[in-house]
Design a protein. Structure first.
Ligand code: GLU
Length: 278
């Protein structure tokens, strides 16, 4: 099609503006940061099999795969995703401040958190457990944790559960991240690390920890992993639709095998969207 010069100049002037308007109205995502062509996703950086930033700057794990699938359904290619670390204690704030569009970070749905953020899902059911040194025979049941040095992460349901029900007499040490707890367990600063079995299985299976740690197998709680979104966000329904599709088309199963298979983690079947197991 031939355009007159003046028309072309006008069109060129309008283009950047039109582009911006189109991107703004695209899909309700991309609110975090200035770049509307990107979507910002909060993940864990120190959980092999779930959310891990590798030394060469790659992102791997079940949550990373699930988030990438969701982003695709929302219209974003992998290179349009900006990953941001979402430590356990920072997740609600990141969403409330609009620093991330959604969070996929071993994020359990519970009533306390629901006061501040909304959740799509659940998309995985895990259970709280303990990781102890392989040669330690003194922790064989949950009550053995009383008077032991137990490490957990600030802002996690795992730390909360220890205080309220699992072992109120345990000497709970709360660290900022799971890798710090793991170092503490290795060098005997703590006797056990407690969090979800899905996370602990990933640690125990790492090359450098082969034969060093074992899981208790206690099933101390139900942890329903949800995708965190800002309160009232229209992303919730879109993400639920993406999660339904992911289970239906076999991708969920494939991601589970790929990410949990190497650690031998025996996962539960896919949860029903909107049904939280208490
Ligand atoms: N799923 C638990 C939680 O949301 C423990 C794992 C974590 O801290 O991310 O708190």
């Amino acid at each position: 099609m031939k355009l007159r010069k003046a028309t072309m100049a006008a069109a060129a002037l309008l283009l950047p503006l039109t582009g911006t308007v189109a991107a703004c109205g695209s899909d309700g995502g991309g609110q975090a940061g200035d770049d509307k062509d990107k979507i910002t996703v909060g993940i864990k950086y120190d959980q092999p099999g779930i959310g891990l930033k590798t030394p060469d700057g790659k992102y791997t794990g079940f949550d990373v795969d699930v988030a990438t699938y969701i982003a695709k359904q929302l219209g974003y290619k992998p290179d349009q995703i900006v990953w941001k670390e979402a430590k356990s204690a920072d997740r609600e704030t990141l969403l409330q401040r609009g620093d991330v569009d959604f969070i996929a970070a071993s994020y359990s749905i519970n009533d306390e958190r629901r006061k501040k953020v909304d959740f799509a899902g659940p998309y995985l059911l895990a259970h709280q457990d303990v990781l102890v040194r392989a040669d330690d025979g003194s922790i064989t049941k949950p009550s053995d944790l009383n008077n032991k040095k137990l490490c957990s992460v600030t802002g996690s349901t795992s730390a909360q559960n220890v205080k309220t029900k699992i072992a109120p007499q345990a000497q709970l040490q709360e660290y900022g991240g799971y890798s710090e707890c793991l170092t503490g367990l290795e060098n005997k600063a703590v006797d056990a690390l407690t969090t979800d079995d899905s996370i602990l299985a990933g640690y125990a299976a790492q090359d450098q920890f082969q034969g060093k740690f074992k899981l208790g197998g206690f099933k101390l709680s139900n942890e329903n992993y949800g995708i965190g979104v800002p309160k009232g966000s229209e992303l919730k329904n879109k993400i639920n639709a993406a999660l339904e599709k992911m289970v239906k088309d076999g991708t969920w199963e494939a991601y589970v095998k790929k990410n949990f298979g190497p650690a031998g983690y025996r996962n539960e079947p896919p949860p029903k969207i909107g049904v939280v197991v208490s």
